[in-house]
Write a new protein. Structure first.
Length: 301
């Protein structure tokens, strides 16, 4: 069993640490929000008051933070991870951040004599609670194998995507593709309805035909068609619009630095922004249907 330092005990970090504790690991957890630390303590996490306390004596340190700027601060500031951890400690950033920040963290960690893995996850809060997250890891082979037994307590799938920042690259591209697929599903759902098609019948046709996709099977935005859809519950978020907007924005930012034009991603980003401008960023991403049909069934009134 390992001693784990954990920085970031929000909606994802809290259930992830709970699963590590269940697996028998010792977890020393820190968050800037005291209430988050208190909530994690109820699941067996040892609450600490700083990053320095979290990393002290740790075999592995995980960070799970909202944005690249937060990850850079957590690692690079004088009170951060690199300034306080033992150089034998393996560092894993499971935040979803921009590609350039991920590369910077790898570079600065190596300069300071550390090993670092970028390890963003897919599966949302539900997957974090169930311990079925998909981890996409970027780093050296030996470091990945060292981390694997600990990550298994939180994961359903573990992929070694490649070298430095490859995990972030895989996460960003995957979520960009998801958002584009979902835009097609919401447009198709509305057009099928206008043509007079029964939504369940059309869904069953599409899922065994060339219109099939993961969001069609899982997030179909009409109540009563798929059991896992947020439309069944007034679009309460499984994957919030604001988070998808962030992730598509990361793809667009990365594309700009790589000289790639992403017209479909640009369109979806604007559609997500439209919901945010209407104060609907807390709804599930499948609420994109509102931009096509403002009176779509299942939307909160």
């Amino acid at each position: 069993m390992s001693t784990i330092g954990w920085v970031g005990l929000g909606n994802m970090g809290r259930p992830m640490t709970a699963n590590l504790v269940k697996a028998g690991h010792t977890v020393n957890g820190f968050d800037l929000v005291p209430e988050a630390v208190d909530a994690a303590a109820k699941s067996g996490v040892n609450p600490v008051n700083s990053i320095a306390e979290a990393v002290a004596g740790a075999d592995i340190v995980f960070t799970m933070l909202p944005k690249g700027e937060h990850a850079r601060t957590a690692y690079l500031e004088p009170d951060g991870v690199l300034a306080n951890a033992d150089r034998k400690t393996l560092l894993i950033d499971s935040s979803t951040i921009d590609f350039d920040s991920a590369r910077l963290l790898h570079s600065e960690a190596k300069k300071a004599g550390f090993r670092l893995i970028d390890g963003p996850v897919s599966g949302g809060v539900t997957g974090a609670e169930a311990g079925t997250l998909t981890f996409m890891l970027g780093g050296d082979d030996a470091d990945i194998e060292e981390a694997r037994p600990v990550i298994e307590a939180m994961a359903g799938n573990i992929f070694h995507a490649g070298g430095d920042a490859a995990g972030q690259a895989a996460k960003i591209v995957n979520n960009m593709m998801l958002s584009i697929s979902l835009q097609g599903v919401v447009e198709g759902a509305v057009l099928a309805d206008r043509f007079g098609l029964d939504p369940k019948v059309f869904h069953d046709i599409a899922k065994v035909s060339s219109g099939d996709s993961w969001p069609l099977r899982t997030w179909y935005p009409v109540p009563g068609v798929t059991t896992t859809a947020a439309a069944n519950n007034e679009f309460k978020p499984g994957f919030a619009t604001a988070l998808m907007h962030k992730d598509v924005g990361l793809a667009l930012a990365g594309a700009e630095t790589q000289g790639v034009d992403l017209p479909a991603a640009t369109l979806v980003h604007a559609q997500l922004q439209k919901l945010i401008d209407e104060d609907l960023g807390g709804l599930d991403t499948s609420a994109l249907i509102k931009n096509i049909d403002p009176n779509a069934e299942g939307l909160p009134k």
